[in-house]
Design a protein around this ligand. Structure first.
Ligand SMILES: CCCCCCCCCCCCCC(=O)SCCNC(=O)CCNC(=O)[C@H](O)C(C)(C)COP(=O)(O)OP(=O)(O)OC[C@H]1O[C@@H](n2cnc3c(N)ncnc32)[C@H](O)[C@@H]1OP(=O)(O)O
Length: 194
């Protein structure tokens, strides 16, 4: 770890994550948080269309099938796409904690190549919380929930307020997202208070 880098392991004294009392029941499909999200949005033809479900405690399971548009090497998933799938799965933990947080650091191990047509079965878990820092880890396995491990990641997400998006995002997309008739999606994207 170089100077100024945050460790990816919760420090001693970090709090255990607490599942929000109104978090969706384990097994519930979460659905996209934003139609245009590259990770989960239905409006992105070449997106991952990743489908995430609430797990037990503060954990998520997710699936994504590698499409021809996701290739790096011929017939194989691009590493950045696999990192996106991990990022999206990890980011979905926020909905179980009911916080808004963005990825600060994401460290990925690429263990096995993932062919086009394979389905990546992902699992993410929150490991601890220290102030605004949310520590989480994820793993992705090929074709089965207990299939061979292809990717792993450790990450720190940083809790932010809604103004992170309104100050930094483009107004047209923010307005459109807020006007989404699917109020659950709007709540997932914009809920600030637990
Ligand atoms: C519009 C629709 C809304 C959608 C909502 C749903 C979103 C879902 C999206 C899903 C998509 C999937 C998800 C995505 O892809 S999210 C997209 C990718 N991520 C980003 O774009 C984030 C860009 N970075 C920033 O905006 C700022 O740097 C942030 C907000 C992260 C921190 O800037 P801020 O000024 O606020 O921070 P601070 O200086 O007060 O520090 C606070 C604490 O945090 C620690 N720290 C800081 N930075 C880092 C770091 N990089 N690594 C590790 N630790 C870091 C720092 O040491 C300090 O700790 P301590 O000293 O307290 O111990």
């Amino acid at each position: 770890m170089g100077p100024g880098r945050t460790t990816l392991v919760p420090p001693p004294g970090a709090a255990s994550p607490v599942r929000h009392p109104e978090a969706p029941a384990p097994g519930t499909l979460l659905g996209p948080h934003y139609d245009q999200c590259f990770g989960c949005g239905e409006g992105q033809p070449h997106g991952l269309h990743l489908q995430a479900r609430a797990g037990e405690g503060v954990s998520i399971t997710a699936e994504f099938t590698v499409q021809p548009a996701h290739q790096g090497a011929p017939g194989l998933a691009h590493g950045g796409v696999l990192a996106s799938a991990l990022d999206e799965t990890l980011g979905s933990l926020n909905w179980l904690l009911r916080v808004i947080a963005v990825t600060g650091r994401l460290e990925t191990d690429f263990v096995r190549p993932v062919p086009v047509g394979a389905t990546l079965h992902l699992e993410a878990r929150c490991m601890g919380i220290d102030g605004r820092k949310i520590y989480a880890s994820a793993v992705g396995r090929i074709d089965r929930p207990d299939g061979p491990v292809a990717v792993r990641a450790d990450a720190v997400f940083i809790e932010v307020k809604l103004d992170h998006f309104t100050r930094n995002g483009r107004p047209e997309e923010i307005k459109a997202a807020m006007a989404d008739p699917d109020q659950i999606k709007v709540a997932r994207a914009f809920e600030v208070n637990p």
